[in-house]
Design a protein around this ligand. Structure first.
Ligand code: PXL
Length: 276
């Protein structure tokens, strides 16, 4: 069985980061080892008065212990990180634990719809570039792309513009770059570039006129698990996109009650069918 270490916060209510990553990675048949970087009462997207307890100081004792156990990972998947200090610690973690066959998947979580999430600033975005440089695979959305490259955010880019940004992101270091949330007429999808083959791939589905928190984390959890299991980039982005679309369709009719994330749990059976 493959094993992924995933480094991100735990938001106790709201379904994102670890409360999404752990069940999804497990459902994919991959062992999941979390390093929680902070405990929040809820995620920061739409709740008032959320609490945050930073766990930066806990990370080094965990990793020092793991070193004595000679732990190894098939994948290192990083998501939401709360400070520049954490970016540096996670970067050191990659240096310590990345072996020849370890896949480093960095989701440079910073924002959406052209804006940074609460608590992030441009300085953080600049520092995220250093972490992105350590990755084999990165999966930013278009907002994160604009911050990583210093490009102005737009909702619509031409294919040529997307391809140019994929190449520029790949030049930072990652051999595979996946841009999520790309619009094309009435479709929405992902565009990927594999520098080793100099090959572009894309996968589009119908665009649903609704947005939900946590879908980026759902995508990254499925995609990193699929890649670690040996699926190709093309297969991984198709499985992950289809699962996100299914989760959104399943949740949209009950958006009034379930506005804070997707009901991914009830869609897990179809994910399992694709992964085994
Ligand atoms: O889904 C990304 C995410 C992760 N963690 C926290 C968040 C968000 C997005 O808002 O607030 C705490």
């Amino acid at each position: 069985m493959k094993r992924i270490v995933t480094i991100q916060d735990i938001s106790c209510f709201g379904k994102c980061s670890l409360t999404v990553a752990l069940p999804i990675i497990s459902a994919c048949g991959v062992e999941a080892c979390p390093i929680p970087t902070a405990v929040l009462s809820t995620h920061t997207g739409g709740f008032k008065g959320f609490t945050i307890h930073d766990l930066t100081k806990e990370i080094s004792p965990i990793t020092e212990h793991w070193k004595t156990l000679d732990m190894s990972f098939d994948g290192i998947y990083t998501g939401y990180l709360g400070s520049k200090e954490q970016l540096k610690i996670v970067s050191d973690f990659i240096d310590d634990f990345k072996k020849e066959n370890t896949l480093v998947f960095v989701d440079p979580v910073m924002g959406d719809h052209g804006k940074l999430y609460a608590g992030f600033d441009e300085d953080f975005a600049k520092e995220m570039v250093s972490l992105v440089k350590k990755a084999d695979i990165i999966a930013p959305n278009l907002t994160e792309v604009s911050y990583l490259l210093g490009e102005e955010y737009k909702e619509n880019f031409t294919d040529d513009e997307i391809k140019d940004m994929l190449r520029r992101l790949s030049a930072l270091g990652a051999r595979t770059v996946i841009i999520t949330g790309v619009r094309r007429g009435d479709k929405l999808g992902v565009f990927a570039y594999e520098s080793e083959k100099d090959e572009f791939t894309h996968y589009f589905r119908e665009r649903i006129n609704d947005t939900f928190h946590g879908t980026g984390d759902v995508f990254a959890s499925v995609c990193s698990s699929a890649l670690v299991k040996g699926f190709s980039v093309k297969e991984a982005i198709e499985i992950a996109t289809d699962f996100v679309v299914e989760c959104i369709h399943h949740t949209a009719p009950d958006k009034e009650n379930h506005w804070y994330s997707v009901k991914f749990e009830e869609c897990i059976p179809s994910l399992v069918k694709r992964m085994f």
